[in-house]
Each structure stands twice: as structure tokens, then as C-alpha cells.
Design a protein around this ligand. Sequence first.
Ligand code: ADP
Ligand code: MG
Length: 403
Amino acid sequence: MEKRTRQPGMDFYQENVYLKWVVLAVSVLISIGSIYYTNVLIGQLRNREREQVKLFTRALEYTFSNSLDENLQFISEEILFKNNSIPIIWITRDGKYEFQNIAIDEKLPEKARNQLLKEQVEEMKLQYEPIEMTYRNDQGVLENYGLVYYKNSFLLNQLILYPYIQLSVIAIFAFISYLAFNYSKTAEQNRVWVGLAKETAHQLGTPLSSLMAWVEVLRDDPELSGRGIVEELDKDVRKLRVVTERFSSIGSTPVLKPENILQLVNNVVGYLQPRVSAKINFEVHTLSEKIEANVHAPLFEWVLENLCKNAVDAMGSTGIISIRIIRGSGQKVFIDITDTGKGMPRHVVANVFKPGFTTKKRGWGLGLALAKRIIEIYHNGRIYVKSSEENMGTTFRIELRSA
Ligand SMILES: Nc1ncnc2c1ncn2[C@@H]1O[C@H](COP(=O)(O)OP(=O)(O)O)[C@@H](O)[C@H]1O
Ligand SMILES: [Mg+2]
């Protein structure tokens, strides 16, 4: 039974961590796969474009030779005009620039145009080796006629960018969905916290008022007077009232008031000291007895109680719990709770504030989740593990605004 009550919390976080890795691994695989596949396509398209430029060059060569029959001329020109996607510049051996599929203002003076073309050629040189144009001279020997430069077509350039654009869009979408999901999860958790707390306070309310009335009746009973029974009963009823008040405050918006922190700490220590092993000692340190902060006393005491109880659990039967109240810079008040207990390994520190996380056989893992909620949401403060060393001890710190 014990085991079953503890397990869900632990399993949930284990599974959660595991699931994160699976999702990450699958996303990386999909990204690599998609980039790899487009790279294969890019390679194929590259080869095809080079073949196209070669064919273009051959067609050019035909137009240079004077002894060309009509049909061949027609076919060549078909090829030349068919290329309307690959930017090409060819330079004849006498230094003349010709181009196709390059956006250049036709009205530009020759010199400016050549300058632009030269720049383009430099860019093209970086991408691909030029293709040589040849022609057959009068003696029938092949001679160099010039060079054909080209660069990627617009289509190819887009294909190179495509997987990155696609993956970024997916990543942005996934991130936004994650935020939305997280937001609705938090909203749901808030409703559960508040609803459960209100319901508990409400259910405790009725029997509590009647218990209080019964205590008054018993107080007047002459048979019971002087035996201390009614006084003990009264103490327990008071504690029940404090608990009810805590739950009802969690369910509403508590009003903060300037309170003396030392006073609240002493209340909690006074309550806990007689209830723990005699070898566990509480120490309270402060440089000033008048450090005040805006808090809701019942909720704040609940936090202190939770932290001290955890400290007791961490120490077994002997140890020291020291509580330091410190006035920090910039209107801050720190409350450090240090124990000499078993400390926490890193993966525990990373999870302590998550609801349901516990390492104890009989733990519920709600104490610190509740403490964080009370400090951060109701008090606008901060709570965190300041330090923790295995087998040495742990310090939790609460940060509040001073009043
Ligand atoms: N002072 C501490 N020293 C060592 N471990 C701690 C301390 N405080 C909290 N923890 C760890 O954090 C876990 C969660 O604490 P908590 O939310 O109060 O739930 P629970 O006390 O029910 O386990 C504990 O199970 C324990 O492992
Ligand atoms: Mg606890």
C-alpha cells in the first residue's frame, strides 16, 4: 500500500525525462533525414544543371562556326533560348562579355555593365569550374574560343535553403504549441490547487465549529476540571483551526501585512521543538530583532513548518536546524533554513519543487510544491535550494521584500 502511494510521483518524473529524450531523438532524426534527402536532390539537380550548361556551350560553339546548315542552326538556337533558369556568362577570347538570365539593365553603358558582369563572374568562379568553348580553325584543329561561367539557378538555391526554412518553421510552431500547452497545464493545476484547498477548508469548517462548542461545554464540567484534558483538547482544536485557515487562505487571495519575521519563526520553532526528537536542536540567528516583511502569517508559517519538517526528515534523530534571518541589499529579506542532514544529489535538487516528487516511503511530494506556490505566487518572493552537500546538509533560502 505504502509503495503504491509513493510510486506514481516518481514514475511520472522518470517517464517524463525519458519521453523528453525520445522526442528530442526523433526530432533530430527527422531533421537529419530531411536535410540528407534534400541534399541528394540538390546533388542531382546540380549535375543536371552542369549538363545543361555543357549542352548550352556546345550549342554556342555551333553558332560560332560559319559553315552551319540551317537545321543545326535552328536546333542550336532552340537550346540557347530554352535555358531560362541558369545564369550564364561567357567570355570570348577577345574579351567580349555575353550573358543570359542575369538581371542587368540593358540601358547601362558598356563599361558599367562589364563591371557588373565581372563581379558576377568572380562569384560564379567560386561555385563552379567554367566550361571551355572550342572551335575548329581553318586547319581543322580545335582551338580555345573562350570560357562559359555559370551559377546555381534560382530553383536550386531555393532547394538548398528549403530544409532549413522548413525546419525553422516547424521548430517555431512546436515552441508556440509547447508554450500554449504549458500555459493551459499551469491554469489547470491552479484550479486543482485552489479548488481542493477551498473544498478541504469548507469540509473542515463545520465539525470544527461544533468541536469548539464542545470544548466550551466540557470546560464547565466539574468532573473534568483540573485534569488538563480540556486544555489539551483545546490546543488540538486550535491547531485544527490553524490548518483550516491555511487551506482557506490558499483558496483565496490572501492579504499581506507587515510582520516581524523573527516572531513567526519563533512561533514555528516553538510548535515543532517539543514534537521532534530531543537530540534535534533549533537555532535562530538574526542581527536585528525587528526585520519585517509583507507576509500572510498563516501561509508563511506553513512554509516554514514544511521546510523544518523536511530538515527533520533529512537528519534522522540527531542534528541542528539553524534558521537565519538576514536583511539583504535592495529591500530584501532572506530566511535561510540549514540542516545537518543527508543532503541531496543533483537530480533531486533539480526536482524538489515539482508536485508529486518525493524520495520518502511515506512522502507525498507536495510540501515544497506548496511552499513554492505560497512564496512565489502569494508573496511574490523566491524560494530555492541555496546549497546542498551529500551527508553534510542542505540550505533552503526564502527571499521576501522587506516591509
Ligand atoms: N532538507 C532536505 N534535505 C534533504 N532532502 C530534502 C530536504 N528537503 C526536501 N528534500 C527532498 O525533496 C523531496 C520533496 O520534498 P517535499 O516536497 O516536502 O515532499 P515530501 O516531504 O513529502 O517527500 C523529499 O522527498 C526529499 O527527497
Ligand atoms: Mg515534506
